[in-house]
Ligand binder design. Structure first.
Ligand SMILES: C[S@@+](CC[C@H](N)C(=O)[O-])C[C@H]1O[C@@H](n2cnc3c(N)ncnc32)[C@H](O)[C@@H]1O
Length: 276
């Protein structure tokens, strides 16, 4: 299958998990809404094939970008013009222009500046400082926005807009109210920050959060799929035994390479927890 790749990137993007998640989506056979309280880049929801969807996140910048695309404030052609214009300035002034856009974004929080920073920042990462400001260094490639790269991003924008066919909405907020809106027939997909892992302004996650998520998912009338981590060579996720082992769990092993080196191959086992 060809996975739809979104225009926004992040270090926690679940592109590789889309195929096994979609197998569970088919099994759930839900006919209601797709509900995704931790949408991040949106890659899972954009591939889920639902005409009705509620996508939400605590990070307003992700939400404002996609809400703008849904309501027509952002279009493939406005993205192209913007990236061509700003990309030419980046090619001319390099890091100084990255700093200029970063300063402008940290003042005005415009969604297209967010896209620009996301696609010209280091490794496609998203991170905000304790003051809620963009905090990713430049990728050090002033000629980042070559015509082919801009076209690739514009095609991603076009494809993602095409899947928002029916009744889609994007909301900014914490997971509680999103989950409380789920009814029987809906399918909820949760991909919260992992307990005990890296945190930033929008990605803190405590055991109290995990307990609250469990309480809501345990009682939801909808079907749910939860992504979490199971274990690696050194550690098990204590939240599995504490909360999730009473549900059915699919474990999926995948590999990452620290520093991109073959000899630094590490296995991590992800868990997909379902209530059906
Ligand atoms: C692991 S990422 C989701 C990645 C997403 N599945 C993807 O593939 O791009 C977790 C997301 O949860 C959001 N988040 C963190 N705490 C939250 C909260 N309390 N309520 C709602 N969203 C939250 C973060 O902003 C982040 O986008």
């Amino acid at each position: 299958m060809k996975v739809i790749i979104p225009p926004l990137k992040s270090q926690g993007i679940k592109t590789k998990l889309v195929p096994p998640i979609l197998e569970l989506v088919r099994e759930a056979a839900s006919t209601g809404r797709w509900i995704e309280p931790f949408m991040g880049t949106g890659v899972v929801g954009f591939n889920a094939g639902f005409p009705r969807a509620l996508m939400s996140d605590a990070n307003p910048h992700l939400v404002h970008f996609y809400a703008g695309l849904l309501n027509g404030d952002i279009t493939p052609s406005s993205v192209r013009s913007f990236l061509e214009y700003e990309g030419a300035l980046l090619a001319k002034s390099g890091y100084d222009h990255y700093l200029h856009v970063r300063e402008r974004f940290n003042r005005d929080f415009a969604p297209l500046d967010f896209l620009f920073l996301n696609r010209s920042g280091f490794n496609g990462m998203i991170r905000f400082s304790r003051k809620g400001l963009w905090n990713i260094p430049f990728c050090k490639k002033p000629d980042r926005f070559q015509p082919g790269y801009i076209t690739k991003i514009v095609n991603q924008v076009t494809r993602v807009r095409e899947v928002m066919t029916g009744d889609w909405s994007f909301t900014n907020g914490s997971f509680t109210s999103t989950l409380l809106s789920a009814v029987a027939g809906d399918l909820v997909y949760c991909d919260p920050p992992y307990f005990g892992r890296y945190a930033d302004y929008y990605n803190g996650w405590t055991e109290e959060d995990e307990a609250r998520l469990f309480a809501l998912l345990d009682r939801t009338p909808a079907k749910f799929i939860l992504s979490t981590w199971s274990h690696n060579a050194y550690r098990h996720n204590p939240m599995i035994d504490a909360y999730w082992s009473r549900f059915r769990i699919h474990r999926i092993e995948h590999f990452y390479y620290s520093g991109g080196k073959m000899e630094n191959r590490n296995a991590v086992v992800e868990a997909l927890v379902v209530n059906f």
